[in-house]
Design a protein around this ligand. Sequence first.
Ligand code: SAM
Ligand code: SF4
Length: 472
Amino acid sequence: MDDSYLAKAFHYCLIEILLHHQSNFARLKRMQVDGILDRHFVHAASIMLGLMKYYVRTYGCQMNVADSNEMGRHLQARGIMQTEDSDDATVLLVNTCTVRQHAEDRAFSEIGRLKKWKALKPGRKVVVTGCAAERTKEYLEDRFPHIDLVVGAKSIEDFGTLVEGLLERRPEADDLDYATPSTSDKVSAFVTIMRGCNYSCTYCIVPYVRGRESYHPMEQVLAEVRDRVREGAREITLLGQTVNSYHRDGNRGKGTDFADLLEAVGAVEGVERVRFISPHPYYMTDRVIQAMADVPEVCEALHLPVQSGSTVMLKKMQRNYTREGYLELIRKLRRSMPEMTISTDVIVGFPGESDTDFRETLSLIEEVGFDFGFVFKYSPRVGTPAAELEGFPEELIEERHQECLSLMESIAAKKRQRWTGTVQDVLIEEEGFGRTRGNAKVAVQGNARVGETVPVMIARAEKSTFGHWRKL
Ligand code: SAM
Ligand code: SF4
């Protein structure tokens, strides 16, 4: 038996003994055992005992939230537990977004502030990930030397290996913490089914920072769904940039498409509800609509980004559908699922948008009668074709934004009233709050348990997005 074997065996025995006696590990750094208990050991021991914690801050869309969860699982697999308090954390992960300039600016000022956070405790690590990290890796490393690791959006799936290198670096002596293991009891879970995007909407940076589409095999998706259910999920949201294009290109799916996937996910034991985001109107085929109507677990709620109500603008944006095509699709969906709630994304102030084009967007919002909608001010993204075009003054974009937003909100407020006095199945997601199948968040009075689905009488649907509802 050589020395290194003995040293290793000793490390493990010591950990066992300390665990058994519930030792105070904060004192470990002051201990010396014949030189064997070095910093590396303390680091390994702190990881093994869940003493290191990570804190994650996520900017942007649900894809980013899902990526943060995935990176969190990689860290947890290495014994590093999540904390809700950044003061307790050793690893701070900032998952960035670059879809609009505003999101990127917010993430960068946060990263700047982390210099102080890092200096407060030796051994702390700053990890920056996501779409802005992909786009501006060199700039980030230059401007913020306190960053320890940058992982771009295209490399999220390699996060486990990349972060390993960082954690193997020996920490400073003070790199110790206490942690309570976090339990993953989320009732509603995201499952990524594809990455990247094969579209090239002229305003959008996503294809540049996330690359071309790649699909997770059906078996992998189903295994993940089962994992989430085991952890307490009752509702699964399938994620992808054009989620309903799943396996449509080529034969990579061995015959499975998005409709098949909806059916298979709905059939997993323990799954009560299935949602998906973001579908592209082009791939909203009759087969997908039929599957939505036929699979009882698929909720009657659809977020279907339209971007503009003007066919001229849609062409300039390269969206691959017309105003009429979108409206026809909505009619089909409503024929098939009359109770369906429909929400959308709209961009105002895209270069060249005339007053007539803008009015067409307003009239489309009225004609569809969206239940909810995000209205975005166009934000030029360097490298995209639209960024080369002449833009509008900020005041005009602001004016259109206000007008469009108040129309969207007033229509949504009216539509919410149709729920008042009805009874809805509400899945309780956290104490006092749940969600209807139509995706309205509900304040629930009564003592329904988290994870339970209960019938709730809608007392009133307030002006804000959330209704205030009472349990029967
Ligand atoms: N893949 C989804 C689709 O095609 O509908 C959308 C993904 S994108 C991350 C989310 C939303 O951001 C888009 O629907 C669009 O409204 C908005 N968006 C994207 N690029 C934008 C830009 N340059 N300026 C303003 N809004 C933008
Ligand atoms: Fe961006 Fe268009 Fe792809 Fe959506 S479909 S991610 S808007 S390029």
